[in-house]
Ligand binder design. Structure first.
Ligand code: ADP
Length: 160
C-alpha cells in the first residue's frame, strides 16, 4: 500500500494545507496527516483542538487518516509504513528549512522520500501564524480557513 505522511503543526489548519492534500490525495492510497507535538512550541490550539479541525475539514477526502505524534518524523513514518513525507513549498522562504529537513530525514532513513508540493498561487502567502495574527485583531479570515477554524478563532479572541 502506498502511504504518505503529512506532518505539521497545523495551528490551525488553513486552506493552504488543504490545497496541498487535495492535490496529492489521489497519488497515494492513504495519507496520514499528523499533528506534531513539539514541546518547544507554544501553540494557540491544543493537540485535541487541532485534530478536531483536521477531522472536520478533511472529512470529504476518504483516504485521509488523522493522527498525532511526538518524536522524529522519520520514526513515525517508518512505524506507519509510509514511503514518503509530504511537505508544502510556498516560496523561497520555505526552501532553506525544507531542504535541510529533507536532507536530514534522508540521512536518517534513505528509504523514506520527501515529496514537495506547491499550492495554488492564491495560497502561497498563507500560513498559520498570519491567520493567528489576523484573528487576534478580529480580521475576517473566512477566505483562508475552514468554518470550524474561523468559529474557534472568533471564540478564542472574543473579549467577553
Ligand atoms: P510547520 O510548523 O512544520 O511549518 P505547518 O503546519 O505550518 O507546519 O505546515 C505543515 C506543512 O504544510 C509544511 O510543509 C508547510 O510548508 C506546508 N504549508 C503550510 N501552509 C501552506 C500553504 N499555504 N501552502 C502550501 N504549503 C503550506
Amino acid at each position: 500500500m502506498s502511504i504518505a505522511l503529512y506532518p505539521g503543526t497545523f495551528d490551525p489548519v488553513t486552506y493552504g494545507h488543504i490545497d496541498i492534500l487535495k492535490r496529492t490525495c489521489d497519488l497515494f492510497e492513504k495519507i496520514i496527516v499528523t499533528v506534531a507535538i513539539n514541546p518547544s512550541k507554544t501553540p494557540l490550539f491544543s493537540v485535541e483542538e487541532r485534530l478536531g479541525f483536521l477531522r472536520e475539514s478533511l472529512s470529504g477526502i476518504n483516504n485521509i487518516e488523522i493522527a498525532c505524534f511526538d518524536g522524529l518524523v522519520v520514526d513515525f513514518a517508518r512505524k506507519s509504513g509510509a514511503a514518503a513525507i509530504l511537505r508544502g513549498l510556498r516560496a523561497i522562504s520555505d526552501f532553506e528549512y525544507e531542504f535541510q529537513m529533507a536532507l536530514m530525514n534522508h540521512k536518517l532513513d534513505s528509504e523514506i522520500r520527501t515529496l514537495f508540493m506547491m499550492p495554488n498561487e492564491k495560497y502561497t502567502y498563507l500560513n498559520s501564524s498570519i491567520i493567528r495574527n489576523l484573528a487576534q485583531f478580529h480580521s475576517d479570515v473566512s477566505e483562508f480557513v475552514p468554518p470550524c477554524v474561523q468559529t474557534a478563532l472568533i471564540e478564542k479572541f472574543s473579549t467577553k
